[in-house]
Design a protein around this ligand. Structure first.
Ligand code: BES
Ligand code: MN
Ligand code: ZN
Length: 497
């Protein structure tokens, strides 16, 4: 989709559709009022008759409105004007995009962006509009033998800023929104691909292709090289499968030579059966999404490269399958990590931490400014935070604060859980330096405690995206999260450098 930022009178736009907001109690937004005046009370009449109530997310499409150049006017409900918050704005924009897609118009001029939202500025409105427009027109149809006859979104969207609005800030926000949306699209596509096609080899090939497109430096290590490095924990998971593992390294060198990089580490389990500690059959298909951390690293690096952020960023992706076989990890097995520490594998389904720990040790060689790992790590996180917030745990409070703020700014929120010493006890093993599980209580925290034993040399944060990386049920599909959070985090760091 193409976006432009425009200020101009809503009744004079030559477009298939102008989109204007309506509040509850028949209150018109500025743009709706101008349309209504040009149409001599036509809109107010319709509202008086009760055809539309201004409730958040309601819509009404009007054709050939007198005095208005556009072919159509789409009224969109925003709820009560006094508390127009993030969610109401997003719900309204979502409904508007859906109506535009259903109508099949080729272009539209959206005036919702100039409506003030609590605590937010014009740039936020514009970025969210772009993200919601892309979200609303996303389809994953490449696995269907015939292209379904669903309608695509408009090709061109003009986003309105009030006459004295900050055009430069709005344009920058649209650019950032497009880069984030493209990164999310990549992350969603990879997540939605079935496990038989989206293998570790496929992920590595996608990373290489991304390198060619964007100029990112990409390196892929195979089983032999991973063995030579000594990543015994990662390999113990990989050896249960016939698909060979890969260790993917991506580098964006946008900063000064010698500037310490931010390292992103993404869990890339392309299918998690649980291994010998086999998962139950119900919904096991969703474990194809167990590589969404890896996908978010690729999506984020794509956005970072597109935006040419003046910052050094490294992506590390350990990727393999977790399957049961004659060569698979068994409960009670002891493995030796790249760090030298030993692990008793009490549950082969706690495999994410087994591949991440070696990648986290590998990250030390960059003397990183900060390391953030992203992983669909624990079912417990879904119980704690549901599908709204990503779990955040960190060994450095300032880094945690940065991520909390980035999540808020991007509307891709995370919430911090404690990483107190007290929880470490749960990982005690009689036979190795640590066990790979800490029992039922505080499962998300003990998983992070496990990782914390491999991150003592740098500032580190962990994002558990088990509840936020994809949706189940009828709307099953990857969400592209936390690409928006990560891009905001990195963009802010770049701006401050
Ligand atoms: N990939 C899963 C976590 C997961 C489960 C994400 C369900 C989303 C939905 C992870 O590898 C896993 O199996 N974790 C176990 C850990 C347990 C054995 C300590 C879990 O959460 O049950
Ligand atoms: Mn698992
Ligand atoms: Zn897993």
């Amino acid at each position: 989709m193409e976006y432009s930022i425009k200020s101009g009178s809503p009744e004079k736009q030559r477009t298939a559709c102008v989109v204007v907001g309506v509040f509850e109690n028949r209150k018109l937004s500025l743009a709706a009022r101008i349309i209504d005046q040009a149409a001599q009370g036509y809109v107010a009449d319709i509202l008086r008759r009760g055809d539309m109530d201004g409730k958040t997310g309601s819509t009404l499409l009007l054709h050939s409105v007198p005095g208005v150049t556009a072919e159509r006017v789409l009224l969109v409900g925003l709820g009560r004007e006094r508390d127009l918050h993030d969610k109401a704005y997003r719900d309204a924009m979502h409904a508007a995009v859906k109506a535009l897609v259903d109508t099949g118009v080729g272009d539209a001029h959206v005036y919702l962006t100039e409506i003030p939202v609590k605590r937010r500025d014009l740039a936020w409105n514009v970025e969210q509009a772009v993200l919601l427009a892309e979200e609303g027109s996303y389809r994953f149809e490449r696995m269907k033998s015939k292209a379904p006859e669903t309608r695509k979104g408009p090709r061109r969207l003009a986003l309105a800023v009030a006459a004295r609005g900050d055009l430069a800030a709005a344009t920058a926000a649209a650019t950032r929104g497009r880069a984030i949306a493209a990164g999310m699209r990549l992350a969603k596509d990879l997540g939605n691909m079935p496990g038989n096609l989206c293998t570790p080899t496929y992920l590595a090939d996608q990373a290489k292709a991304l390198g060619k497109e964007t100029g990112l430096k990409v390196q892929v290590l195979g089983r032999g090289q991973i063995e030579k490095l000594g990543m015994g924990s990662f390999l113990s998971v990989a050896k249960g499968s016939d698909e060979p593992p890969r260790f993917i390294i991506l580098e964006h060198l946008g900063g000064q030579k010698g500037d310490k990089p931010v390292v992103l580490v993404g869990k890339g389990i392309t299918f998690d059966s649980g291994g010998i500690s086999l998962k139950p059959a119900a919904e096991m298909d969703e474990m194809k999404y167990d590589m969404c951390g890896a996908a978010s690293v690729l999506g984020t690096l794509q956005a970072v490269a597109t935006l040419q952020l003046p910052l050094n960023v490294v992506g590390l992706i350990p990727t393999c399958e977790n399957l049961p076989s004659g060569r698979a990890n068994k409960p009670g097995d002891v493995v030796t990590t790249l760090s030298g520490q030993t692990i008793e594998v009490l549950n082969t389904d706690a495999e994410g931490r087994l591949i991440l720990c070696d990648a986290l040790t590998y990250a030390e060689r960059y003397a990183p400014a900060a390391v953030v790992d992203i992983a669909t790590l624990t079912g417990a996180c879904v119980i704690a935070l549901g599908h709204v917030a990503t779990g955040l745990l960190a060994n450095h409070d300032a880094l945690a604060r940065e991520l909390l703020q980035a999540g808020d700014a991007a509307h891709d929120r995370c919430w911090q859980l404690p990483l107190w010493e007290d929880y470490q006890e749960q990982l005690k093993s009689n036979f190795a330096d640590m066990a790979n599980i800490g029992g039922r209580p505080a499962g998300t925290i003990t998983a992070a405690c496990f990782l914390s034993r491999f991150t003592e040399k740098y500032h580190w944060a962990h994002l558990d995206i088990a509840g936020t990386a994809w949706k189940g049920g009828k709307e099953k599909g990857a969400t592209g999260r936390p690409v928006p959070l990560l891009v905001h985090f990195l963009a802010k760091r770049a701006a401050q450098a």
